[in-house]
Structures are given as C-alpha cells and as structure tokens.
Design a protein around this ligand. Structure first.
Ligand code: NAD
Ligand code: DAU
Length: 334
C-alpha cells in the first residue's frame, strides 16, 4: 500500500509514520508537509534514508502541487494530519487556520476525487463537539465548536462528508482526544510544562486549572488510525478517547511528582477565551472494531517525561526565535 501522509513532520503524523513503517514492511509512505513553525524533520531523522519513505515539502493548499503529486505518485490512501493545531494561536489570529484547515482540505478532497483515491482519512478532534459537563459525546451528537481552531476542524469534517455524500469519495473521520508523547511541540500543556520545569521555570495554569481533558497516548492513537484505515466503514466517524480524564491541575501534580517539583512552580495566569471546561467522548464504536487504549496514563506519562528529559537538544532548539515571541505574547515577558 502507498500512503500519502500530510502533516507528517508534526507530532502525531511523525509518530504515525514511525509506527506504520515498522509494522508494515511493504508499505510506502510519502510525507507532504509545509514545515510550518511546528513541522520538524528532526522527528523523522532516523528514517529519512529508508527507501520506503519520501519527504516532499509543500502546502496542502497548493492546488498544482497536490494535483501533480497525486497524478505522479498514485497513492492508494491519504491520511490528512496537516493542520494549524493550537487553540491559543487561533484566538490570536485565525487566518492560517481557515486557509489550511478548511481551504487546504477542500483542495485535497477535490484532487482525491479526480484521481480516485481509495480511502481519505480526515484526522479531526473531539474539540468539534465543544464542552460537556456530564456524560460523553457520541459520533451522532451535534457539533458546537468554541474556538476558531475547532470551528475550522468542524468545517473540514462537514466538507469531507459532503464529498462522500455527493461524489461517493471514500471518506473516513477520526475524532481523537488530547494526545501526548514524544515530539509534541512545547506550546501544548504536557510538553510545555515538562520542558519549563526542566528549565526550572514556572508552569502557567489557565484560570482555576480545573478544566478536564481525556488524555490519549500518541501510539494508541496511531493504532486506532491504522484500524480505521484498514477496517473502518466508509462515510463513518470514529471517536478515539484515552479513557483517562484528568483536570489540568492533576496532570500538573503528576508531572511535579515525576520531576521532584511542587506547587511553588505554579503560576496562575488569565484564562483562555471561551475555554472549554470538559471534553469527553464515547469510544464504543471504535472499540467494536477491535481497538482500546493499551497504555496506562501513569506509565505513558513517565515515558513521555523521560523522553523530554533525554532529548533536551530537540526542544531547546525549538524554544528560541519565533517560539519565544509567541510565548511572550501569550504569557507576558518573563
Ligand atoms: P502539529 O501542530 O504537531 O503538526 C501539524 C503539522 O502539519 C506540522 O508538521 C505542520 O508543518 C503541518 N502543516 C501545517 N499546515 C500545513 C499545510 N498548509 N500544508 C502541509 N502541512 C502543513 O499537530 P498534531 O498535534 O500532530 O496534530 C495533527 C492532526 O491531529 C491535526 O489535524 C489536529 O487537528 C489533529 N488532532 C490533534 C490532537 C492533539 O492532541 N495533538 C488531538 C486530536 C486531533
Ligand atoms: O482535544 C484535542 C485537542 O487537544 C486537539 O484538537 C488540539 O490540536 C490540541 O492542541 C489539544 O487542544 P487543547 O486546547 O485541549 O490542548 P492544550 O495543550 O493547548 O491545552 C490543554 C489544557 O491545558 C486546556 O484546558 C488549556 C490548558 N493549558 C494549556 C496551556 C498551553 C493551561 O492551563 N496552560 C497552558 O499554558
């Protein structure tokens, strides 16, 4: 099988590429990535010479490039990870979110239709449902996104499903909860807090820190996407939850415990606008396909913290330049 992975130089995409190349010895992967501020070829250094892997630098919004790529490479399936992904950045400026997450997806869908791609997987998010205080969202629940990021992801899903309904394009959608693991850009909660603590800095908790997220180890998500790719039913949506709901303050305390820190490292900062209080999804549909999370949160968090401890060069190179400018805009000069 030949897979076109878009956004494969980012956090989940690069973990997924590693997973697939290791598991399927006859699969080929083309990775198309624009290398935005968070796309990083260092995530893929160990496989860059693998004859079954090819990297192409480019934008999913570049119509000619996508057309030529599909015409020449003839991938069997496309898995679209490419997106602008950080909620806080979408609140500061939504433009690139609309361009990549909506218009870029439309270009991928149109080319997929033209070249008769046999499976198109749109990687989406549990954030499209918005917040839920009690219970869990099912795939059939209405979408009620709160941020420009989640609204753009919801729009992309609806567009993808319209290509299934209108043109019979074999679209599938995954909605996962919050991922964590190696190679995650240190603007997201877990890598930001771990790396700040390793630098003896404070960790900025938004509001009261009692917001709840459902944490999913990135390898568990890779396994779920693999299953959807091979066994998922066309036109369907699959929730992928980690079954590990935690308040942000609890996650923070767990990280403190691993790194020998305490609450004196906390700095409460102003809350995110329209901050969703709780995310929770019901994953029984994908469980029926034969998936459940393998990793226990406490163990996978330790693996993750150790990875950042042992790969300081990876994140120290990131925490300069554009990153510092963003960090200062977000949290004020420190
Ligand atoms: P990330 O920000 O780490 O990586 C995104 C990648 O997309 C980067 O390599 C970037 O260079 C690339 N990219 C951005 N714009 C592009 C464009 N126009 N053309 C080509 N490449 C482009 O993101 P991630 O956390 O790995 O998320 C991957 C996908 O999973 C996204 O679609 C995101 O919405 C979804 N998702 C993420 C999470 C999570 O917890 N991280 C949870 C659910 C869903
Ligand atoms: O739920 C899936 C989503 O998870 C993905 O679709 C997004 O791409 C991904 O960024 C992530 O979104 P969140 O907003 O949930 O993740 P983030 O790591 O930004 O924040 C997690 C929680 O921690 C959230 O309640 C906000 C809070 N937070 C975050 C940061 C960066 C803080 O309290 N302080 C911080 O500095």
């Amino acid at each position: 099988m030949k897979l076109l992975i878009t956004g494969g130089a980012g956090f989940i995409g690069s973990n997924f590429i590693h997973y697939i190349l290791k598991k399927y010895k006859n699969y080929q992967i083309i990775n198309l990535d624009k290398l935005t501020y968070c796309g990083n070829l260092e995530n893929l250094k160990d496989i860059e010479k693998n004859p079954r892997y090819k990297f192409i630098k480019g934008d999913i919004g570049d119509k000619d490039l996508i057309d030529n790529l599909l015409k020449n490479e003839k991938p069997d399936a496309i898995i679209n990870f490419a997106a602008m992904t950080h909620v806080d950045r979408s609140i500061l400026d939504a433009e690139e979110f609309i361009k990549t997450n909506i218009l870029g997806v439309q270009i991928l869908l149109e080319a997929s239709r033209k070249y008769k791609i046999s499976r198109f997987i749109q990687i989406s998010t549990d954030e499209v449902y918005g917040s839920i205080l009690k219970g869990k969202f099912k795939e059939t629940d209405i979408l009620d996104p709160s941020s420009p990021y989640s609204a753009s992801k919801a729009a992309a899903e609806l567009l993808a499903l319209s290509y299934f309904k209108t043109y019979n394009l074999p679209v599938l959608i995954t909605r996962s909860s919050n991922n964590y693991g190696p190679f995650q850009y240190p603007e997201k909660l877990i890598p930001l807090f771990v790396t700040n603590l390793l630098e003896n800095k404070k960790v900025p908790i938004y509001g009261d820190g009692k917001q709840v997220r459902d944490w999913l180890y990135v390898l568990d998500n890779s396994m779920a996407i693999d299953l959807v790719l091979h066994k998922g039913k066309i036109g369907e949506i699959y929730n992928i939850g980690g079954n590990s709901e935690k308040e942000n303050i609890e996650i923070t305390k767990n990280i403190f415990k691993i790194l020998g820190k305490n609450k004196s490292s906390i700095e409460y900062v102003k809350d995110r606008l329209a901050h969703d209080r709780r995310y929770a999804i019901d994953s029984s549909k994908i469980k029926k396909l034969g998936w459940k999370p393998k990793y226990k949160f406490s163990e996978a968090l330790k693996i993750t913290v150790n990875w950042y401890k042992n790969n300081k060069n990876w994140w120290k190179r990131i925490k300069t330049g554009e990153y510092l400018k963003y960090y200062q805009t977000q949290y004020g000069k420190k």
